[in-house]
Structures are given as structure tokens and as C-alpha cells.
Design a binder for this molecule. Structure first.
Ligand code: PAF
Length: 284
């Protein structure tokens, strides 16, 4: 597996793949790889001939007081895991390479960025779209894979791809979970044993939403009530939002007969965790 530490090296790699007629798959990450990232790689490998993974903790998407400085970083481990699961090249630039002095242009997301994560983390999605746009320019992917766990991010990237006419296929890969249901996240390393028990409330609440839906409940307020009931039983879990929304607009729905997402966010010991479910699909 190739290590591409600079932008010129990534550009040269991209050019070589294009000349050889290979389809390029991109898996953007902030490192601290887990099985969820590896599922993105599997999907990218299925859909392309050469897979590049970016590993970059993007400072632009962290707000003041968030966990930028303590975000887990272990490039040697990430590279070895990426190599084992069939990544062809890892692009791991420095902050100065991605945002040299004077770099002030930003990609501003549309209205679907205003609620939920966008409301809790002002500027977050501008940071995400700006770095993803740069990665798309540098790697020129034919296919790019993102995780369903960050559903609002996936929706906004899809809108950016559409609005800016990017010639690529965007694939959203189902969330990977621990056997007990906890969604994999690089931030789970912050949790101690009691914290992990509290965090489990998130996936249990989503399961309750799914079960209510399967039993015929279609009223979003009632489904939200079920979710909150489970969350309230988990001491140590401070709920930030429970959203029963349309998967395109991210606006709250008035009934759940069409495609509907239940998304939630909460804090455990200062660690912010998110999760979501597509009603009717269950925890996949
Ligand atoms: O989902 C992530 O890990 C990040 O938001 C991404 C897409 C790599 C951009 O920094």
C-alpha cells in the first residue's frame, strides 16, 4: 500500500490511475479506524479498481471547545489496518498542506445544514463540505463512500455533489454496530464502562422506535415519545435532540408513512454521540 503524505503525491497517484483507466474509490476518514471505516473500504473496493483513503483530522469542522486536540490519532495503526483491508493508497496530509496561510474559501451548505448537528455545531458542515470538496478535487473519485451514522453529513455531501455537478457516485454505507447495538464511532474510546452502558441507550431507543413502527405506530410524536422514554431510563445520557425527519429535507415529518429517519444525539460524560435509524429497516 502506498503512503501519500502530500498533495502533489496524491495528484500524481490520481493521474496514474486515470491513465491506466482505473475507477477510483475514495474513503474519506479522520483516522482512528474501526470496522465502520473498513465497511466503507469494502464497498469502495466492490465499486472501483483503486481505493484511496484520506486520513485527516479536519480542524475546520471542529468548533471551539470541541475535541480537536484530544481526537484519537494513530497514523501507523491506521495505515496498517488500511493496508490489511485492501486500500491501495493512504493520503495523510498535514493541516498546513490542506489549509496553507491565506486559505479562506469555504463551501457553504444549504438549509438542510441548519438543524440538528448544524444547530449544535455551528460551522461544522461548512468545515466538512470544504474538506470533502478539496478531497474530491484531489482524488477525482468515481465513487466516494460515507457512513450512514453521519446521516446529515451524507445528505449535505449528496446535495453538494448534485449542486456542483460532481461526476461521481456517492454511496452511503449502513452503520456498523457492536453486537449489543452500540454504533461504532471513533469517539467511543472516550467512554468508560458506565459511560458505555449509558451510551447504549441511543441504539436501544432507536430499536424501540423501529418496534413501535413495526407494530403499526405512524404518529411521529408517539414514536418520539417511545424514544425519549428509553433515553430517559439511561442515567448519564443527556439528550440533545430526537428528530423524526424526512431523509431529503431533514425537516420533521407529520406522518411516517414515507421514508423516515429517526436521528438522535446525546452526551455521555461530555462525549457527544449520534445515531439514527431508517424506520422500517431496523438496526442494520
Ligand atoms: O465523517 C468523517 O469522518 C469526516 O466528517 C470526513 C467526511 C472525513 C470529513 O472530515
Amino acid at each position: 500500500m502506498l503512503h501519500l503524505p502530500t498533495i502533489p503525491e496524491l495528484r500524481a497517484w490520481t493521474r496514474d490511475q486515470r491513465v491506466a483507466g482505473r475507477r477510483i474509490g475514495l474513503v474519506p476518514t479522520m483516522g482512528a479506524l474501526h470496522q465502520g471505516h473498513l465497511a466503507l473500504v469494502d464497498e469502495a473496493r466492490r465499486r472501483s479498481d483503486a481505493v484511496v483513503m484520506s486520513v485527516f483530522v479536519n480542524p475546520l469542522q471542529f468548533g471551539p471547545g470541541e475535541d480537536l486536540t484530544r481526537y484519537p490519532r494513530d497514523l501507523a495503526r491506521d495505515r496498517s489496518l488500511a493496508g490489511e483491508c485492501g486500500v491501495d493508497a493512504v493520503f495523510a496530509p498535514t493541516e498546513a498542506m490542506m489549509y496553507p496561510p491565506g486559505s479562506t474559501t469555504r463551501v457553504v451548505p444549504g438549509p438542510a445544514s441548519k438543524r440538528w448537528e448544524g444547530a449544535a455545531r455551528p460551522g461544522h458542515f461548512t468545515g466538512v463540505l470544504t474538506v470533502v470538496a478539496k478531497l474530491f478535487h484531489l482524488a477525482e473519485p468515481d465513487v466516494a463512500c460515507f457512513g450512514q451514522k453521519d446521516f446529515q453529513q451524507a445528505v449535505l455531501v449528496r446535495q453538494m455533489v448534485r449542486d456542483l455537478d460532481w461526476p461521481l457516485e456517492l454511496v452511503v454505507v449502513p452503520t456498523v454496530r457492536e453486537p449489543d447495538g452500540l454504533a461504532l464511532s471513533s469517539r467511543n474510546v472516550y467512554l468508560d464502562a458506565p459511560g458505555r452502558r449509558s451510551a447504549l441507550g441511543l441504539s436501544m431507543a432507536l430499536r424501540a422506535a423501529h418496534e413501535a413502527w413495526r407494530a403499526g405506530e405512524r404518529d411521529p410524536a408517539a414514536i418520539e415519545g417511545r424514544v425519549r422514554g428509553v433515553l430517559d431510563n439511561h442515567a448519564g445520557l443527556a439528550v440533545e435532540y430526537v428528530a423524526v425527519v424526512d431523509p431529503e429535507t431533514l425537516e420533521p415529518v407529520s406522518q411516517t408513512s414515507g421514508a423516515t429517519i429517526v436521528a438522535l444525539a446525546g452526551r455521555v460524560d461530555g462525549t457527544r454521540l449520534i445515531d439514527n435509524i431508517v424506520l422500517g429497516q431496523g438496526l442494520v
